[in-house]
Design a protein around this ligand. Structure first.
Ligand SMILES: [Zn+2]
Length: 306
């Protein structure tokens, strides 16, 4: 069976270094096995999106030589598929309406969910969300990088939203439908998403989809231990510094690029990355320090540390 992987950014801003790292790792992991690497834009949440961000992400991937196979898939054009999956879950009686707002859950001191709307079903004509119940109290999986992860939920605490009160499909549902529909069997992404995985596995089981293998690369933190993200204004990466950034990314992924690669072209770097790919060398955790950098004078790499 061919390997099929994907990179699936949300267009909430330009690609930052943490996303580049995930894109590169996923790309190399698939290309090293002659698989197909797909690109999916997860644009299901218009209020969080930034105009032009999707195009900017595509241009940046292109500039870094991370060329995807086939057409770009946009989640905003696939709502019919998510609607069908939601209906399937409702028929299975695992999805149920919920009208609880975050504020109400907070006021009740609820972590996860407390099953309130199962005991007091809301009027289905009001603005309701749909939650899905877990059909088992325990879930586990063997992550290729982070190792075995075990989860346990009591009562309804693990029940999760698949359709939001604001009328948008939730990430959990869309990602599971798309991965299955696109035949994705290798998911490699940032470990900030690792605890979403057991919910996605539950949906895969309920909807009769095969389970991909999962690998979660570490999320980079800066010297202060803060996650680099669009939220804390991690700088956009500069394609003019792409060789240095790729070299840095390879180094952070534990790939130990040879010293002579310091002057290599983009193609040579990617070629080396594919030929020498060692997924087992990816560290489970990553902190950026000033010593991380091969040449510590580039504006964007310096900015990552500030
Ligand atoms: Zn509720």
């Amino acid at each position: 069976m061919p390997c099929i992987g994907r990179f699936a950014p949300s267009p909430t801003g330009p690609l930052h270094f943490g996303s580049l790292l995930a894109a590169l790792a996923s790309y190399l992991d698939i290309r090293a096995r002659n698989g197909r690497w797909l690109l999916r834009i997860e644009d299901l949440d218009p209020p969080r999106e930034q105009p032009g961000a999707a195009d900017s992400i595509l241009r940046t991937l292109d500039a870094f030589g991370l060329h995807w196979d086939g057409e770009v898939v946009y989640q905003s054009q696939r709502k019919q598929l998510y609607e069908e999956a939601l209906q399937q879950l409702i028929v299975l009686d695992t999805a149920y309406p919920c009208r609880c707002s975050r504020k109400q859950l907070r006021a009740r001191g609820v972590l996860g969910y407390d099953g309130h709307c199962l005991r007091h079903p809301p009027d289905e004509h009001s603005d309701i969300a749909y939650r899905v119940r877990h059909t088992r109290a325990d879930q586990q999986f063997d992550d290729r990088i982070q190792g075995v992860r075990r989860y346990h939920w009591s009562g309804h605490e693990g029940d999760f939203v698949v359709f939001r009160r604001d009328g948008l499909f939730a990430y959990q549902l869309a990602v599971v439908v798309d991965d299955a529909e696109q035949g994705v069997n290798e998911v490699l992404r940032g470990s900030d998403l690792i605890d979403e995985t057991p919910h996605q596995m539950e949906l895969q089981d309920q909807l009769g989809y095969p389970r991909p293998r999962y690998a979660h690369i570490p999320v980079i933190t800066n010297a202060q231990g803060q996650k680099l993200s669009k939220q804390n204004l991690a700088p956009a990466i500069d394609p003019r510094e792409r060789q240095t950034l790729l070299l840095l990314a390879l180094q952070l992924l534990g790939q130990d690029p040879a010293a002579e690669l310091i002057d290599a072209s983009l193609d040579e770097l990617l070629h080396w990355g594919i030929q020498s790919w060692r997924p087992d060398a990816i560290p489970a955790r990553l902190h950026l320090t000033p010593d991380t950098f091969p040449s510590g004078h580039l504006a964007s790499t310096q900015a990552l540390l500030q």
